[in-house]
Design a protein around this ligand. Structure first.
Ligand code: GTP
Ligand code: MG
Length: 137
């Protein structure tokens, strides 16, 4: 098995959709290795999304991601990174498949309910951004 990293974003956490989303994640066969509820400062959001620092939406993204509580998690499953991106659907909910988390819960291309790591390497880095090894079981 391998791991991915996710966070329920401020729009979905604010709307009270965390429980429904976590239920979908578990029903899809992912095991929760670490989970908490926390809030990013705009500076820490900027650090998390540093890879996007040259994109035109970077400042808006950092404001949005620090606008309310989030629910970061580390998840385990065979083929975790790819399977999780299928479960969440396309970045823009307008393009997301029926039954995906973003189709069900995202509001816009920015407020799109949930994050999913895009590689094993980034999953490791992103999980470490939120959780010590002593918090991963
Ligand atoms: P993540 O799982 O959150 O990384 O999403 P992704 O991999 O599907 O998309 P990407 O890494 O390209 O973009 C990161 C995040 O930036 C997205 O999830 C959106 O919240 C936001 N974003 C992406 N594209 C746009 C855009 O064109 N406009 C705005 N306002 N936000 C965007
Ligand atoms: Mg991404």
């Amino acid at each position: 098995t391998n791991r991915t990293f996710t966070m329920i974003k401020p729009d979905a956490a604010q709307d009270g959709n965390s429980g429904s989303i976590i239920k979908m994640i578990e029903e899809a066969g992912f095991r929760i290795v670490a989970l908490k509820r926390t809030q990013l400062t705009v500076e820490r959001a900027g650090e998390f999304y540093a890879v996007h620092s040259e994109r035109p939406f970077y400042n808006d993204l950092c404001q949005y991601m620090s606008s309310g509580p989030i629910v970061p998690m580390i998840l385990e499953k065979e083929n975790a990174v790819a399977d999780f991106r299928i479960l969440i659907g396309a970045t823009n909910p307008a393009n997301a498949d029926e039954g995906t988390i973003r189709k069900l819960f995202a509001k816009s291309i920015e407020a799109n309910a949930i994050h999913g790591s895009d590689s094993d390497e980034n999953a490791e880095i992103e999980g470490g951004f939120f959780f010590a090894h002593t918090e991963q079981f």
